[in-house]
Design a protein around this ligand. Structure first.
Ligand code: AMP
Length: 215
């Protein structure tokens, strides 16, 4: 099974991807996490992408695709994409990649959340820089204030979750990523799920939709 999670930044893709990848034994591939790890490890890739992330702009397609192809080269499990593709060109390349392996995308799950809800969620999101676990101070805070439940690391407000960058990311999403909704709707494997509720009920709804679609 190969799945794509699509939606605004802050729509809950990362949270759902972690749970679903475990539930269905999929390989969770988050380009945002890959870039953030590269930045904190100060690798050449990290240096190349850090300016794009801190400004809330997209990393150029070629660089993103090189990273994806390297990651997928040895992977045999089903794939769960979170934050990729983000442009129609990336989606076309992904289609070509699957076609060359006689595979396809079983479902594209669009997490439908209002723009204003997303802005509020991103501002109260805290992230573990070590294991990437995601919290929300309002709806799913850590047990111990400021510390990751899973690994004890100090939680951070991501550079690009600061108010001025959030607005830019929303604009970038509307301009470059939203066209993917029409792209995938035309392919028949598109499913819309209402996001913005508690994470467990969103997971249940996604699982139900996948079952109905026989994925
Ligand atoms: P995310 O964690 O998915 O919100 O991604 C954080 C940032 O990483 C984005 O704002 C972009 O700067 C960059 N990024 C992640 N995935 C992609 C992608 N597929 N294409 C271009 N840039 C990306």
């Amino acid at each position: 099974m190969n799945l794509i999670l699509l939606g605004y930044p802050g729509s809950g893709k990362g949270t759902q991807a972690s749970v679903l990848s475990e539930k269905f034994s999929l390989f969770h591939i988050s380009t945002g996490d890959i870039f953030r790890e590269a930045i904190s490890a100060k690798t050449a890739l990290g240096q190349e992408v850090s300016g794009y992330l801190s400004a809330g702009r997209l990393v150029p397609d070629k660089l993103v695709l090189d990273v994806i192809k390297t990651r997928l080269a040895t992977e045999t499990r089903g794939l769960l994409f979170d934050g990729f593709p983000r442009t129609v060109d990336q989606a076309r390349e992904l289609d070509d990649y699957f076609a060359s392996r006689s595979q396809g995308i079983d479902a594209v799950i669009f997490l439908d959340v209002d723009e204003e809800a997303v802005v509020a969620r991103l501002g109260s999101r805290r992230t573990c820089p070590k294991c990437q676990k995601i919290y929300n101070l309002l709806t799913s805070p850590p047990v111990k204030e400021g510390l990751c439940d899973a690994c004890g690391e100090k939680l951070i407000l991501r550079e690009d979750d600061k108010p001025e960058v959030i607005r830019r990311r929303i604009l970038v999403y509307k301009d470059q990523t939203e066209p993917l909704v029409a792209y995938y709707k035309g392919m028949g494997n598109f499913c819309m799920v209402k996001g913005g509720k508690d994470p467990e009920s969103v997971t249940q709804e996604i699982a139900a939709v996948l079952k109905i679609k026989n994925v």
